[in-house]
Design a protein around this ligand. Structure first.
Ligand SMILES: [Zn+2]
Length: 366
């Protein structure tokens, strides 16, 4: 599969081969993956319960992959919380405790198939820890750039995996700038730019549909920073819809915090003051894919929601007291889902990351 994949620019339509070491087009545009996709439900019987089971719809097949940390299919747990029924997709149980492992698994396999020996990544923590772990297993050197205020558990995980950890003063944007500079000489394995990353993340949608007996849910609430989760989930449901596997597209609702809401601001036309937020995973001030995110959400008849710090903390406490150890970023989307005022049908909220990397911080918040 990998060798037949084409990367095409969404702006100028230039094409590249999968083996080419490119993460964006020469014109600066985003690259998309093109290949013959399929979905044969009969073939899934007997396959391992990991995301490579959907290989007819993946740019790298199970046989082609060189590196794996297991990538288990994660549970879809139905919970009744405060009178609402929510399906929680437990992405916190991934190898390094976040959904980012899906994207890293695909992106670092692509890097290895391309013969890349060093990568650069910037992150608010989870993506850095994930890329560092996959690179460690693949024997690829990783240089990770994070804001200096990142949660200690995430920083420790990055260092323990043997990656070069670069703590950058300032906000998340400064880390992105530093990584881009370092990428002049190295491959930029960016969870925001690399099309193979979204390719991995889309498997969340495949699993949700399979867990609901090949039916799409009605509504999904997603925390949005750089948008790799939302765009991956959108891509997954869209491909299943186009292949006739599901009969409708769920409504995808995007959640940002009141302290950092550039996409909400753009969408609503409101100017909002930037403030610190406990939801560090979505504290992204300049998401490069802003226009794509708005287009995806609107095409599903979804909306953008703002959530305040107190609401995040309340939802965090509610979920942790159910025994599910989530991080504050996940609680942002749970909060909006719990406060939805009408029947939204089957509602899914991905629990994007584990709170185990930030237990000290959680104790302070609750
Ligand atoms: Zn281009």
């Amino acid at each position: 599969m990998f060798e037949s994949v084409l990367l095409r620019c969404g702006d100028c339509r230039s094409e590249y081969k999968a083996i080419d070491k490119v993460w964006r087009c020469e014109c600066g545009g985003f690259l998309e993956l093109f290949y013959e996709k399929g979905f044969d439900l009969d073939k899934l019987n007997g396959r391992d319960w990991n995301f490579w089971r959907y290989e007819e719809c993946l740019a790298i097949s199970a046989q082609e992959k060189k590196v794996s940390l297991g990538e288990p299919c994660t549970p879809l747990l139905l919970q009744r919380i405060g009178g609402q029924e929510l399906y929680l997709k437990l992405e916190n149980i991934n190898p390094t405790g976040s959904f980012k492992d899906r994207g890293s698994a695909m992106m670092i396999n692509a890097a290895q198939l391309r013969g890349i020996d060093t990568v650069v990544e910037d992150s608010s923590g989870n993506a850095g820890a994930s890329v560092a772990a996959y690179c460690a297993n693949a024997g690829i050197s990783a240089k990770i750039f994070v804001p200096e205020g990142t949660t200690k558990g995430k920083l420790d995980l990055i260092s323990l995996s043997g990656a070069e950890l670069n703590k950058i003063p300032g906000d998340r944007q400064q880390s992105a700038i530093a990584a881009l500079e370092a990428a002049q000489d190295n491959y930029y394995a960016s969870h925001c730019w690399d099309p193979f990353f979204i390719e991995g993340v889309k498997t969340i949608a495949f699993e949700i549909a399979e867990q609901l007996e090949w039916k799409a849910p009605d509504t999904v609430y997603l925390p949005v920073g750089n948008g790799s989760l939302l765009l991956g989930v959108f891509q997954g449901f869209l491909e299943m819809l186009e292949l006739g596997i599901i009969d409708h597209m769920p409504v995808l609702n995007a959640v940002q915090t009141a302290g950092c809401a550039p996409i909400y601001s753009h969408w609503s036309g409101q100017d909002l003051e930037h403030k610190p937020t406990v939801a560090e995973g979505i504290a992204v001030q300049t998401p490069p894919r802003l226009e794509q995110i708005i287009k995806a959400v609107e095409s599903t008849y979804g909306q953008f929601f703002l959530v305040h710090e107190e609401e995040i903390k309340r939802a965090l406490e509610q979920i942790i007291k159910l025994g599910i150890v989530i991080e504050p970023t996940s609680a942002a989307a749970v909060s909006v889902a719990l406060n939805a005022d009408c029947d939204k049908g089957k509602v899914v909220v991905p629990i994007t990351g584990s709170g185990l990397k930030a237990v000290g911080k959680l104790s302070d918040l609750i």
